[in-house]
Design a protein around this ligand. Structure first.
Ligand code: NAD
Ligand code: UFG
Length: 330
């Protein structure tokens, strides 16, 4: 059996990846403590309920399932919380990958795909951001991901671990077939919160900062559809199984979109108003982030298919009971 161990497979990006792994002939075995994920998301293979820091249980699961590769999604992933509770982030994200890498070395599981982040770059000197750009994260979350990358490099040169570290920009949208959704609790991400405000589920969307040095004053991010991200993970697994080289790879849509542009698109597609309250900048937010995707394109054959903002919003909207109007005027 072509098994892939997916830590964090019950979460948002992990569950979308399990679906595509299954479609590509792999059996995804989800290893998840359900801290933020949910059992309902595990539909395409077995669930082992466990913590990545529990080395005995992790070793047992790897011995039992004999995976050809592990994809390591399991982590804590709120930038704001990482500033107020860094201990949680160093424990879950750094002790988590240490436990995984040591276990892999001990039982000779060599192939690892790692969820890294554009948060490792901090405030970029130059846009678009290439992989070789300096990495100087400006929040503890980004630092834990950078430490993870450094550990991968060191373990690769000392113990022959093979890795692909995927630096995602902002994951967004949901399964095109409606089989999976974005469910974070608490939900802090821009697109779901803006949709919640449009649906009247929260009184308003707080816009953090309207005085950035960007065309409309709001922050610019690269929103990449979760199914495009999932496809890149399948390609990364195939790359490692085929003996491909170790690498760090940006994943995004290749296009920056401002907070204001997201609000405008939601209003246009749903014919609902997004009530907005403008506030001061949020700590740890770089003004603009979007990647150079040439490494993803050449090494992983990555071509985003669903990452235009309209498709992202169309697939995310049903989660919040919003209907997309088809007579939209561009
Ligand atoms: P998520 O919270 O939906 O998924 C994380 C999953 O990991 C959950 O199912 C959770 O229960 C599990 N988990 C957490 N700690 C665990 C532990 N110690 N042991 C076992 N399972 C554990 O988050 P997501 O948005 O799907 O993010 C997945 C990964 O992608 C994370 O590593 C995150 O840092 C990274 N990432 C996310 C984004 C984004 O925009 N969402 C961007 C860049 C990087
Ligand atoms: N924003 C608002 N109001 C909100 C939520 C967000 O104005 O209610 C703004 C933020 O200030 C930021 C942009 O919208 O400028 C995007 O914010 P998100 O919280 O949606 O995403 P982040 O960029 O902070 O972080 C996400 C993931 C991280 C990942 C990072 C990479 O949560 O795991 O993308 O940029 F590392």
């Amino acid at each position: 059996m072509n098994t892939v161990l997916v830590t964090g497979g019950a979460g948002y990006i992990g569950s979308h990846t399990c679906k595509l792994l299954h479609q590509s002939g792999f059996t995804p075995v989800t290893y998840d403590n359900l801290a933020t994920g949910s059992k309902e998301n595990v539909k395409w293979g077995p669930l082992v309920r466990g913590d990545v820091r529990d080395r005995d249980q992790l070793k047992h699961a790897i011995r039992l399932w004999q995976p050809v590769c592990v994809i390591h999604f399991a982590a804590s992933a709120y930038v704001g919380e990482s500033i107020t509770d860094p201990r949680k982030y160093y424990s879950n994200n750094v002790a988590g990958i240490l436990s995984l890498l040591d276990t892999c070395v001990d039982i000779q599981l060599r192939n690892i795909v790692f969820s890294s982040s554009c948060a490792t770059y901090g405030i970029p000197a130059k846009l678009p951001i290439a992989e070789r750009s300096p990495q100087a994260p400006i929040n503890p979350y980004g630092r834990t991901k950078l430490i993870g990358e450094m550990m991968l490099k060191d373990y690769a040169s000392a113990y022959k671990i093979h890795y692909v570290a995927l630096r995602y920009f902002n994951a967004a949208g949901a399964d095109i077939d409606g089989e999976l959704r974005e469910r974070h609790d608490p939900e802090t991400h821009l697109i779901p919160r803006a949709l919640m405000a449009a649906a009247g589920r929260i009184p308003e969307l707080t816009v953090f900062g309207s005085d950035y040095d960007t065309p409309d004053g709001t922050c610019i991010r690269d929103y990449v559809h979760v199914t495009d991200l999932a496809q890149a993970h399948v390609s990364a697994v195939q790359h490692l199984i085929a003996g491909g080289k170790n690498m760090m790879v940006n994943l995004g849509s290749g296009r920056g979109t401002s907070v204001q542009q997201i609000i405008d698109t939601i209003e246009r597609l749903t014919h609902r108003r997004v009530p907005v309250r403008r506030e001061a900048r949020r700590g740890g937010d770089p003004p603009a982030l979007y990647p150079d995707l040439s490494v993803a394109a050449s090494e992983l054959n990555f071509t985003p298919r669903f990452s235009d903002i309209e498709t992202i919003i169309r697939t995310a909207a049903p989660t919040f009971g919003l209907e997309i109007k088809h007579n939209v005027v561009a």
